[in-house]
Design a protein around this ligand. Structure first.
Ligand SMILES: [Zn+2]
Length: 147
Protein backbone atom coordinates (compact mmCIF):
# COMPACT_ATOMS: atom_id res chain seq x y z
CA UNK A 1 0.00 0.00 0.00
CA UNK A 2 1.60 3.18 -1.16
CA UNK A 3 0.26 6.59 -0.28
CA UNK A 4 0.19 9.35 -2.85
CA UNK A 5 1.36 12.86 -2.06
CA UNK A 6 -1.73 15.01 -2.37
CA UNK A 7 -2.38 18.59 -1.39
CA UNK A 8 -5.71 20.03 -0.39
CA UNK A 9 -6.84 22.30 -3.25
CA UNK A 10 -8.64 24.60 -0.80
CA UNK A 11 -6.02 25.34 1.86
CA UNK A 12 -2.80 23.82 0.49
CA UNK A 13 -2.28 21.47 3.47
CA UNK A 14 -1.20 17.90 2.95
CA UNK A 15 -3.85 15.25 2.53
CA UNK A 16 -3.44 12.31 4.93
CA UNK A 17 -4.50 8.74 4.24
CA UNK A 18 -7.09 7.95 6.91
CA UNK A 19 -9.97 5.52 7.46
CA UNK A 20 -13.53 6.39 6.42
CA UNK A 21 -14.58 6.46 10.07
CA UNK A 22 -12.64 9.74 10.46
CA UNK A 23 -15.11 11.52 8.18
CA UNK A 24 -18.25 9.39 8.48
CA UNK A 25 -17.98 8.24 12.11
CA UNK A 26 -20.52 5.54 12.86
CA UNK A 27 -22.35 6.21 9.59
CA UNK A 28 -19.42 4.78 7.62
CA UNK A 29 -20.59 1.84 5.53
CA UNK A 30 -17.02 0.53 5.57
CA UNK A 31 -15.16 2.20 8.47
CA UNK A 32 -11.71 1.09 7.35
CA UNK A 33 -12.05 2.18 3.70
CA UNK A 34 -9.15 4.52 2.85
CA UNK A 35 -9.72 8.23 2.33
CA UNK A 36 -7.41 11.15 1.65
CA UNK A 37 -8.40 13.77 4.19
CA UNK A 38 -7.07 17.33 4.49
CA UNK A 39 -4.63 17.59 7.43
CA UNK A 40 -6.74 20.51 8.68
CA UNK A 41 -9.96 18.44 8.74
CA UNK A 42 -12.55 19.19 10.13
CA UNK A 43 -11.64 22.92 10.01
CA UNK A 44 -11.11 22.35 6.30
CA UNK A 45 -13.83 19.95 5.18
CA UNK A 46 -12.08 18.36 2.23
CA UNK A 47 -11.56 14.70 1.39
CA UNK A 48 -11.79 12.01 -1.29
CA UNK A 49 -12.18 8.22 -1.23
CA UNK A 50 -9.23 6.05 -2.31
CA UNK A 51 -8.99 2.59 -3.86
CA UNK A 52 -8.24 0.02 -1.20
CA UNK A 53 -5.63 -1.94 -3.17
CA UNK A 54 -3.70 0.82 -4.94
CA UNK A 55 -4.50 3.65 -2.50
CA UNK A 56 -4.95 5.89 -5.52
CA UNK A 57 -7.53 8.64 -4.98
CA UNK A 58 -10.89 8.14 -6.76
CA UNK A 59 -11.06 11.81 -7.70
CA UNK A 60 -9.86 15.15 -6.39
CA UNK A 61 -10.26 16.32 -2.80
CA UNK A 62 -13.64 18.00 -2.55
CA UNK A 63 -15.38 20.16 0.01
CA UNK A 64 -19.04 19.71 0.96
CA UNK A 65 -20.35 21.88 -1.86
CA UNK A 66 -18.34 20.08 -4.54
CA UNK A 67 -19.15 16.66 -3.03
CA UNK A 68 -22.84 17.49 -3.38
CA UNK A 69 -22.26 18.57 -6.97
CA UNK A 70 -20.55 15.22 -7.66
CA UNK A 71 -23.53 13.40 -6.14
CA UNK A 72 -26.01 15.40 -8.25
CA UNK A 73 -24.00 14.85 -11.44
CA UNK A 74 -23.82 11.11 -10.72
CA UNK A 75 -27.55 10.96 -10.03
CA UNK A 76 -28.33 12.82 -13.26
CA UNK A 77 -26.08 10.54 -15.32
CA UNK A 78 -27.24 7.33 -13.59
CA UNK A 79 -30.80 8.29 -14.43
CA UNK A 80 -30.06 7.77 -18.14
CA UNK A 81 -29.43 4.06 -17.69
CA UNK A 82 -31.62 3.49 -14.65
CA UNK A 83 -34.59 4.81 -16.65
CA UNK A 84 -33.57 2.61 -19.57
CA UNK A 85 -32.75 5.43 -21.99
CA UNK A 86 -29.39 3.76 -22.70
CA UNK A 87 -26.95 1.33 -21.08
CA UNK A 88 -24.48 2.52 -18.47
CA UNK A 89 -21.65 2.19 -20.98
CA UNK A 90 -23.60 4.20 -23.57
CA UNK A 91 -24.34 6.88 -20.98
CA UNK A 92 -20.62 7.38 -20.31
CA UNK A 93 -19.82 7.41 -24.04
CA UNK A 94 -22.63 9.91 -24.63
CA UNK A 95 -21.30 12.15 -21.86
CA UNK A 96 -17.77 11.85 -23.17
CA UNK A 97 -18.92 12.98 -26.63
CA UNK A 98 -21.01 15.84 -25.21
CA UNK A 99 -18.12 17.13 -23.09
CA UNK A 100 -15.56 16.41 -25.80
CA UNK A 101 -13.18 14.77 -23.33
CA UNK A 102 -10.87 11.77 -23.69
CA UNK A 103 -12.35 8.66 -22.06
CA UNK A 104 -9.83 8.59 -19.20
CA UNK A 105 -10.98 12.07 -18.12
CA UNK A 106 -14.65 11.19 -17.87
CA UNK A 107 -14.71 10.67 -14.10
CA UNK A 108 -17.33 12.68 -12.27
CA UNK A 109 -15.23 12.48 -9.10
CA UNK A 110 -12.62 14.61 -10.84
CA UNK A 111 -15.05 17.19 -12.22
CA UNK A 112 -15.17 20.82 -11.13
CA UNK A 113 -18.32 22.65 -9.97
CA UNK A 114 -18.79 23.95 -13.49
CA UNK A 115 -18.45 20.53 -15.12
CA UNK A 116 -20.89 18.98 -12.66
CA UNK A 117 -23.50 21.62 -13.47
CA UNK A 118 -22.89 20.96 -17.16
CA UNK A 119 -23.48 17.21 -16.63
CA UNK A 120 -26.75 17.82 -14.79
CA UNK A 121 -27.96 20.20 -17.51
CA UNK A 122 -27.01 17.83 -20.33
CA UNK A 123 -28.64 14.84 -18.68
CA UNK A 124 -31.78 16.69 -17.63
CA UNK A 125 -32.19 17.99 -21.18
CA UNK A 126 -32.98 14.40 -22.21
CA UNK A 127 -35.99 14.43 -19.90
CA UNK A 128 -37.85 17.60 -20.91
CA UNK A 129 -41.15 16.34 -19.51
CA UNK A 130 -39.94 15.51 -16.01
CA UNK A 131 -39.23 18.30 -13.55
CA UNK A 132 -35.79 17.89 -12.03
CA UNK A 133 -37.20 17.96 -8.52
CA UNK A 134 -39.13 14.78 -9.23
CA UNK A 135 -35.93 12.81 -9.27
CA UNK A 136 -34.79 11.67 -5.83
CA UNK A 137 -31.24 12.99 -5.67
CA UNK A 138 -31.33 12.62 -1.92
CA UNK A 139 -31.23 8.83 -2.08
CA UNK A 140 -27.57 9.19 -3.12
CA UNK A 141 -26.61 11.33 -0.14
CA UNK A 142 -24.25 9.49 2.16
CA UNK A 143 -23.23 6.98 -0.47
CA UNK A 144 -19.65 6.88 -1.52
CA UNK A 145 -19.20 8.56 -4.86
CA UNK A 146 -17.05 6.49 -7.14
CA UNK A 147 -15.74 6.77 -10.68
ZN1 LIG B 1 -7.72 21.79 3.32
Amino acid sequence: MKRVNLKCPYCGSRALLRPASVVYGERAADPSAPFYVCARYPACDSYVAAHRESCLPMGTLADKSLRNKHIQAHAALDRLWRDGLMTKRQAYLWLQAKLDLPEREVHIGKFSDFRCEQVVQLCDSLFPQTPKAAYPYTKYIGKQVIS
